[in-house]
Ligand binder design. Structure first.
Ligand SMILES: *[C@@H]1O[C@H](CO)[C@@H](O)[C@H](O)[C@H]1NC(C)=O
Length: 234
């Protein structure tokens, strides 16, 4: 091998090694999300990323999410009607710009499963959030049995304070009143305490985010590479 070819092949080896180490450190595995509807009513499941799918009682929808996805969400929509041809229409709760196949987040109120894959030291972070309010009970079971199964399985709609109640849902105080105290914005950005409304949601679902700064009791982690089962009414 000539000197130049040798130097070139050393460079190529070094670059390939760096790429391999990088892929290893960041975690190469994405996740499969499996969404099941155990409610007695139809739910239009939604994922950002993922799109959307109508699920009758007992039906399941699976999709893959790339490694490193952050800001991921899965939620359910109620009372939808979509044009069969165009896939456009609207939903009573959780609507995402009138699309069957969501291209972004949806409207309040909606119970959210939120996740970030391989976010820090190859850990997945996940939670259930009521920061936007509640519409459908849900539970989340990671495939890795060392990770916590979390749920918000009580029907908060049945006990929702009158001022937060909407058809098929219960808005959060932030979504309804949009004040700094309820939304942890402005003067409350770095100093936001529970309110009587967030305490109401926390009482119903102790594992879920009841307001934006409710991190201590509401964030869960799982080794990267896990898959997640999301069940509505389960
Ligand atoms: C929360 O406090 C507000 C203002 O003091 C009051 O109007 C409201 O009824 C309370 N709501 C709940 C759910 O306790």
């Amino acid at each position: 091998m000539g000197r130049r070819t040798c130097a070139a092949s050393l460079w190529i080896t070094a670059i390939l090694t760096l790429l391999a180490v990088n892929v290893y450190v960041q975690g190469i595995e994405g996740a499969t999300m499996t969404v099941k509807n155990q409610c007695s009513y139809t739910v239009w499941a939604a994922g950002s990323p993922g799109g959307g799918k109508q699920l009758g009682q007992g039906e399941t929808w699976s999709f893959d999410v790339p490694a490193g996805t952050t800001g991921g969400r899965i939620w359910g929509r109620t009372g939808c009607s979509f044009d069969a041809g165009s896939g456009t229409g609207s939903c009573t709760t959780g609507d995402c710009g009138g699309l069957l196949n969501c291209q972004g987040y949806g409207s309040v109120p909606a119970t959210l499963f939120e996740y970030g894959l391989n976010k820090y030291q190859n850990l997945d972070f996940y939670d259930i959030s009521l920061v936007d309010g509640f519409n459908i009970p849900l539970s989340v079971t990671p495939s890795d049995s060392s990770c916590k199964v979390i749920g918000c399985t009580t029907d908060i709609n049945a006990v929702c304070p009158a001022e937060l109640k909407v058809t098929d849902g219960c808005k959060s105080a932030c979504a309804e009143f949009n004040t700094p105290q309820y939304c942890c914005t402005g003067d409350y950005l770095n100093n936001c305490s529970p309110t009587n409304y967030s305490q109401f949601f926390k009482g119903q679902c102790p594992q879920a985010y009841s307001y934006a700064k409710d991190d201590a009791t509401s964030t869960f982690t799982c080794p990267g590479g896990a898959n997640y089962n999301v069940v509505f009414c389960g």
